[in-house]
Design a protein around this ligand. Structure first.
Ligand code: CTP
Length: 421
């Protein structure tokens, strides 16, 4: 299971830089946090600016650096209270003895110390100072106070110091801080593989302005596509009409109807290793689509519907070597119905989604699912707790990878045995 520390895409991290020589390491820290998917903003104290230019950190983070409390211009953008609420984590690196003293005593005389006091974010401190200052009784007591509040202190390390002394006080290396906070990153288990994902609803036209559709937003499909890409796959997404933006780095094919979705999928499937059907495909379409807007001339109206193609079943049937995954949308008997779909559609995995009530998988930013997987005759279940759709998608893709690799292995073993009976 991927450690939850590595599921940090878009984690909102505020990096605070205070005035020590180790401030030269802060751009590297920002870069390493961003490499792991974090969304980073930087706050600098006045003393920090004596060691490193705000422009450097602006260039690395891609955002203006916050410098002053109550700066009229900054407040009109993201004000200090908004920034305090925005952050999920505040990492002060380097943290001077002075900053630690202020944090321990709840002082708020500049932007960074104010943010620390005004925020509910997890606070992480990477101290850097002269070894004598680190050993001082006052600093030791401040550290005890901070640790007593559950604040994480990373380092400092031991070695030669800029002041010419040797001892404890060097800021921990940026890579080690980033690794401790966010883990190693996502393993590239799908490097070299192509994953085809369907997403969103379909639109089955009745006339030029009306149609049959459903409440799927496309968010889960996009999250799955994004997560597959983050595991190293080349991803193509075939998408019904949605109003959200596709993740970057993914080829998107827009379609309207189930028929168009099927055609697009079949046009791509030969090059794929894994197919994941997240789309809420309409099951029926009107037999006839009126050329002109239908007038309300009659009190009643009958629209004859005919079944749409079942894309997932068709893919599983025509491409038995492909690893196939479906998303079951159920309002009752979630597990029982999803197990039936696993068998009926002859797929390797079904992700069971509850689409009833307030916490419906449709439209919400979070979701909870049960994965039902099949290997040979053995069917297993894995429950994934409610979390935001990207984090959930990461866990789903991780299980797909495991199962896919197991299936590949048993298929290859089967091949070898048939060669050497
Ligand atoms: N699916 C598909 N083509 C269809 C209908 C569904 O590819 N015409 C796929 C969906 O993308 C999903 C899975 O089948 O991966 C299950 O979809 P769902 O709507 O839960 O089930 P249905 O097969 O439509 O059955 P029912 O509506 O009776 O529950």
């Amino acid at each position: 299971m991927i450690d939850c520390k590595t599921i940090h895409k878009n984690k909102r991290i505020l990096v605070g830089v205070t005035g020590g020589i180790a401030a030269y390491k802060s751009p590297d820290l920002v870069r390493r946090l961003m490499e792991r998917g974090a969304d980073v903003r930087v706050v600098m104290t006045d003393a920090a600016k004596e060691f490193i230019a705000p422009l450097t950190l602006q260039a690395v983070s891609g955002h203006p650096v916050f410098q002053h409390a109550l700066d009229a211009e900054a407040e009109s953008g993201m004000g200090h209270i908004e920034l305090a609420r925005w952050a999920e984590m505040i990492v002060v690196a380097p943290a001077t003895a002075n900053f630690m003293a202020k944090a321990a005593h709840g002082e708020a005389d500049d932007l960074l110390s104010t943010l620390v006091l005004a925020s509910e974010a997890d606070l992480v401190i990477a101290p850097a100072m002269n070894q004598q200052m680190w050993q001082h009784q006052a600093t030791r007591e401040n550290i005890e106070v901070l640790q007593g509040r559950g604040i994480t202190i990373i380092g400092p390390g031991e070695g030669d110091q800029a002041c010419g002394e040797t001892g404890l006080g060097r800021m921990t290396e940026p890579e080690d801080i980033a690794q401790q906070l966010l883990g190693d990153g996502i393993p590239q288990l799908l490097a070299g593989k192509t994953v085809l994902v369907t997403a969103g609803p379909t639109w089955e036209a009745i006339d030029p302005v009306r149609g049959i559709t459903n409440r799927s937003s496309g968010k889960m499909g996009f999250a799955v596509a994004d997560a597959a890409k983050d595991f190293g796959a080349t991803v193509v997404i075939v998408c019904g009409p949605v109003s959200i933006c596709a993740p970057v780095g993914i080829e998107k094919i827009d379609v309207q109807s189930a028929k168009q979705m099927q055609e697009a999928v079949m046009g791509q499937i030969d090059d794929c290793d894994i197919f994941i059907g997240v789309a809420a495909v309409a099951d029926y379409r009107p037999v006839k689509v009126a050329d002109q807007k239908i007038k309300k001339d009659n009190d009643e109206m009958v629209i004859t519907l005919v079944k749409t193609p079942d894309i997932l079943s068709a893919v599983a049937k025509s491409e038995p070597k492909l690893f196939t995954v479906g998303f079951a949308a159920e309002t009752e008997n979630l597990i029982e119905n999803s197990r039936k779909k696993l068998k009926a559609k002859n797929v390797d995995m079904i992700v069971a989604n509850d689409v009833s009530g307030q916490e419906s998988a449709f439209g919400n930013d979070s979701n909870a699912v049960t994965i039902i997987h099949k290997q040979g005759e053995v069917i297993g279940e894995i429950i994934l707790e409610r979390t935001d759709k990207y984090r959930l998608a990461i866990q789903i893709i991780e299980h797909i990878c495991k199962q896919y690799l197991k299936n590949q292995k048993s298929k290859n073993e089967g091949k070898d045995q048939s060669k050497n009976p």
